[in-house]
Structure formats: C-alpha cells, structure tokens
Design a protein around this ligand. Sequence first.
Ligand SMILES: Nc1ncnc2c1ncn2[C@@H]1O[C@H](COP(=O)(O)OP(=O)(O)OP(=O)(O)O)[C@@H](O)[C@H]1O
Ligand SMILES: [Mg+2]
Length: 189
Amino acid sequence: MSRETNLKSMFYTAYDASMIASFLARVATKREQERRAMSEFLGEGTHFQSFQMAATPISLAVNVAKNTFTQKGDAAIGRWKAAIELARSLENAELIPPMAVIFGSGLTAIVMPKGNNLSRAAEKTVPASLHDVAKALGQAGLILDDYPQVRELLGQPFIIDWSDLSFLRDSSAKSESTRSTSSSLLGIN
Ligand SMILES: Nc1ncnc2c1ncn2[C@@H]1O[C@H](COP(=O)(O)OP(=O)(O)OP(=O)(O)O)[C@@H](O)[C@H]1O
Ligand SMILES: [Mg+2]
C-alpha cells in the first residue's frame, strides 16, 4: 500500500462525524479569543484556528474558520467548499491530504490528519511534489494562492493550509507580488 493510500485509510478510520460535531458545538460556545485557551488548541493563522482531536489510529486537525474567513459570505464559502471537494477528488496529487469540510453549530471547519514537521527526507522531495500538485490543481481549474505550508504524517507529506484555494476563473490574485512569489515557490511561471 502506498503511503498516500495508507494515510487516507487511517484518516477515514479516525474520522468520526459525531465526535467532530460535538467538538464544534463546544467550540461554538466560546469566542475566538477564548478558544486559544482550550487544551486542544494547536495554532492559528489569519483565517483559521486549528485544534487537535485525539482519535485512533491517528490524531486529526480540526481547523475552524475565523470571522475573517466567514465574513466573505455564504456564496464565497460555498465556492471554496466546492473547490476543496474538487481538490480532494484529484488522484496522483500526493500533497493533498484526505480532508472533510463541515458546517456545524454555525461554524465552518476543515478536518484533516494532524501532521508533524517535515523529516529531512521529505524536505528533499517536497519541492518537486509542490510542482506536481500545482500542475494537478491547475489542470482541474484550481489555484492555491498562498505559500504552501507542508507537514508530514506516516512518511507522507501534505499541505495543511487550504484557506486560499479557489477556482482559477474566480481568482483575484491577492497581489501580483504574492502571486509571482508563490508561483515561483511552486515552480510554475
Ligand atoms: N493538519 C495540521 N497539522 C498540524 N498543524 C496544523 C494543521 N492544520 C493547521 N495546523 C496549525 O494551525 C496553524 C494555522 O492553520 P492554517 O495555516 O491552515 O490557518 P490560516 O489561517 O489559513 O493561516 P495563514 O494566515 O497562514 O493563511 C498552522 O500554522 C499550524 O500550526
Ligand atoms: Mg491560509
């Protein structure tokens, strides 16, 4: 079994929709600031707060959208969800982790395996894989318009930050400089 298939199978074994729903119900009772004090809190960026959820056989990351993300509105969130669904269906794009987008207790969340920092071996292979994933996304009409953040689990590297995934036809690049920097990081011109 490939590492990618193995990670997928571990994810779907660990994924329990009702456990995640009750976790989100708990998160929803707190303000964003209070959520940082929860024992499950892992970290955050501009758009998401990430929480670790213990599960078997692997731990999950439940990334809950912040107001800065949900304020984009239902239509934009709907398109982002459709973009995620398309990305997760792509075969042979190994940096795309198994993931689920859920709306629960009024929150938007994305669930994926919880990853660790990259091993030395992965650091060598990831740049080429980033190029492949950008190509696969582009062929599907998608763009990840951000510097890719990569973690690893069970020897399988994967991108964790999907907040800036969009359909190419909708994409209004943040700025020419961000786009050209992330394109060159991804090895595309
Ligand atoms: N799958 C994961 N495994 C481990 N840690 C994670 C995972 N997903 C998110 N995190 C942690 O949560 C942080 C925030 O997640 P993420 O980068 O997706 O949020 P963001 O708001 O989109 O960030 P940015 O502002 O950089 O776009 C990450 O930097 C990382 O520390
Ligand atoms: Mg992001």
